[in-house]
Design a protein around this ligand. Structure first.
Ligand SMILES: Nc1nc2c(ncn2[C@@H]2O[C@H](COP(=O)(O)OP(=O)(O)OP(=O)(O)O)[C@@H](O)[C@H]2O)c(=O)[nH]1
Length: 412
């Protein structure tokens, strides 16, 4: 079963009928309960002379919690059909003073959902605007669809591929409603995304694993290394960090700070030192002292590509000389808020050094999360890590299902 069917599958009409039946059952139970509650309330009111509240007051309060069965079913149906015409009229709620409960820890799925809120609503708004203009499935329709997809940061190549495949989709021509069209388009996007079976986990080894991190300044490279170090430390691993971004003293200090926060050791040399010599020392230490994981931070000056290429080549050679199958992953950190600019960076870095995975940072603040689709489909590079906030625990492995659900659930 494909990803779309797994997440959103099933016959929609059947599901709606089931939901209505459920609604009838729930409401009839609730109605009989609230009727008996009301009967008890009114009998106790007439029994007790000292009762200060009048029966009218009580009736209006109980109306807050009860609505008739037909009103409730109409409300459920109107929710499903997106129509507001059958809204039940409720009385003003009674104010209740509540002590705030301690915030429960968010699940990863909930974090994805919250982080993708901006992306989801910008996607939704664009799609609804596009479908509002719908007259027929003709050439204008496909042109508008392609434009909508490009504007949603899906990327030009993927937008063209999706539109092209939908041109040959017979179900599209038969679709009668905006909802049916929307579902078919989303299904196609998810299917395209699901086509690429790329490894989404870091290539962790039994012995020493060496992960090299590259990316331009400010994208969240050092933060990602710090968060990952903390994760591995919590798992009981011996973790070493190498501050090979010797271009800026601030970058070294920042990695040392993350080392302190995650209780991981850091190999440093003064700013201006040869980055490859920091890496050499770090690999030696990792091997000699039995470390499990070595995370290497590098400088990412794209404006000087030749130097960057030479620097990364030299670092790569030194790592390989000591551990031939390493680096086990070269992770490019990309800032999700920069949209298509991130795709450009991925292309430029790929030309400098082979990238085996992406760490997509700041997804929590981005309205451009659609670039994940573009990275995976157009560049064929797996997203392996996702930054969902600034806190040390806000880093997760990329989860395709949570991502797709977080992106499209309100559209279907
Ligand atoms: N909201 C949010 N902020 C993040 C995330 N990851 C990193 N940041 C923030 O992004 C800013 C830059 O992060 P750094 O880790 O310093 O970026 P860098 O790529 O190492 O930059 P240099 O050290 O200058 O090379 C910091 O303020 C981080 O707190 C994330 O997933 N979500």
């Amino acid at each position: 079963m494909g990803l779309f069917d797994r997440l959103f599958g099933g016959n929609k009409e059947e599901k709606q009928v089931e939901e209505v039946v459920e609604a009838v059952e729930v409401v009839s139970e609730a109605t009989s309960e609230s009727q008996s509650e009301r009967m008890m309330a009114s009998s106790s009111a007439s029994e007790s002379q000292s009762e200060t509240r009048s029966e009218t007051q009580m009736a209006s309060q109980s109306a807050v919690y009860s609505m008739t069965a037909s009103e409730s079913i109409a409300a459920r149906l109107s929710e499903m059909q997106g129509s507001a015409k059958a809204e039940p009229k409720l009385a003003e709620p009674v104010s209740v003073v509540e002590t705030p409960a301690p915030e429960p820890e968010q699940t990863i799925e909930a974090k994805y959902e919250a982080s993708l809120k901006k992306t989801r609503s910008s996607f939704g708004e664009r799609f609804n605007a596009f479908l509002a203009n719908f007259r027929s499935v003709d050439e204008d329709f496909f042109e508008d669809l392609e434009e909508t997809l490009i504007m949603s940061d899906v990327g030009v190549e993927l937008a063209m591929a999706i539109t092209e495949e939908l041109r040959g989709e017979a179900r599209l021509a038969k679709a009668k409603s905006q909802d049916a069209l929307r579902a078919l388009i989303v299904e196609k996007i998810v299917d395209k995304f699901d086509e690429e079976q790329l490894p989404s986990e870091l290539n962790l080894q039994e012995g020493l694993s060496i992960f090299l991190f590259v990316g331009v300044n400010g994208v969240g490279k050092t933060t990602t290394i710090g968060k990952l170090a903390s994760r591995y430390k919590k798992e009981g691993k011996k973790v070493l960090l190498a501050a090979a971004d010797t271009f800026r003293a601030g970058a070294i200090d920042q990695l040392v700070e993350w080392g302190n926060r995650s209780a991981a050791e850091v190999v440093t040399k003064p700013a201006g030192s040869d980055p490859a010599s920091v890496v050499f020392d770090a690999v030696q230490k990792a091997k000699a002292e039995g470390y499990d994981v070595l995370l290497v931070d590098t400088a990412g000056r794209l404006q000087n590509k030749d130097n960057l290429m030479k620097e990364l080549e030299k670092i790569g050679k030194i790592i390989k000389r000591e551990v031939p199958e390493a680096p086990h992953d070269t992770i490019l950190a990309l800032d999700a808020t920069t949209g298509q600019n991130a795709i450009q960076q991925a292309k430029e870095f790929s030309a400098v050094t082979p990238i085996t995975g992406i760490a997509l940072t700041k997804l929590d603040g981005s309205a451009k999360g659609g670039i994940v689709l573009s990275i995976v489909q157009s560049l064929k590079i797996p997203v392996k890590l996702v930054g969902l906030g600034e806190k040390i625990e806000d880093l997760t492995d990329f989860d395709e299902e949570y991502f797709v659900k977080g992106l499209f659930k309100e559209l279907l």
